[in-house]
Design a protein around this ligand. Structure first.
Ligand code: ATP
Ligand code: MG
Length: 178
């Protein structure tokens, strides 16, 4: 499988469970191939202790940074301002990481959600996609991906909820949810 690396833009969206874990699976696959992977989290709560522990054990070439401000609740305008500041910082970091060219795969976890909530501008996200080095794989996760992001991507998968244990009152399970 020779040839030049063709960096792809991948999007995992939809209401069903599996967006962040799909990105993490891809990250593991890439890391196993010796690729340098960076995962930036835009909204805390999107990924949990399990993957953070794993990242710590995998060591070099598999890095995760939590940049969000916690779950978005009905916090009022003041609370939203906090979220916005954190998301803007995360966006800056994403822009730097993408342009820097040190990584082979950059995952922007829950960035679609951040756009949906108006924490970051869609135009800024589109600019990051446009300006990425041609060999970089860029992964964007989160519900409600904007149509423009979908159009800019090479691969888009929409998770659709068929069944979720939450609906049957089953609480979050270690290794499944966190
Ligand atoms: P995962 O991290 O398990 O891949 P996700 O990234 O697809 O999930 P998010 O939208 O980021 O899901 O939601 C975060 C949390 O909400 C996760 O703990 C997830 O299990 C849970 N969740 C996802 N989809 C549903 C659903 N349809 N009903 C109830 N809870 C859900
Ligand atoms: Mg998620």
């Amino acid at each position: 499988m020779a040839g030049e690396t063709r960096g792809l833009t991948l999007v995992f969206t939809g209401n069903g469970k599996g967006k962040t874990t799909a990105a993490l699976g891809m990250a593991l696959r890439a890391w196993g191939q010796g690729l340098n992977v960076l995962i930036l989290q835009f909204i805390k709560g999107g990924w949990k202790y399990g993957e953070l522990k794993a990242a710590g054990r995998l060591g070099t070439g598999f890095e995760m940074r939590q940049l969000g401000e916690g779950f978005i609740r009905d916090t009022g305008e003041e609370g939203m301002e906090e979220h916005r500041r954190a998301a803007q910082k995360a966006l800056e970091e994403a822009r730097r990481a993408v342009l820097e060219g040190k990584h082979d795969m950059v995952i922007l976890d829950e960035i679609n959600y951040a756009v949906h909530y108006g924490l970051v501008d869609l135009a800024d996200v589109l600019e990051i996609i446009r300006s990425k080095p041609s060999r970089l794989h860029l992964v964007l996760t989160g519900r409600n991906a904007a149509q423009e992001v979908v159009e800019a991507a090479d691969l888009v998968t929409e998770m659709r909820e068929v069944k979720h244990p939450f609906a049957a009152g089953i609480p979050a399970q270690k290794g499944i949810e966190y």
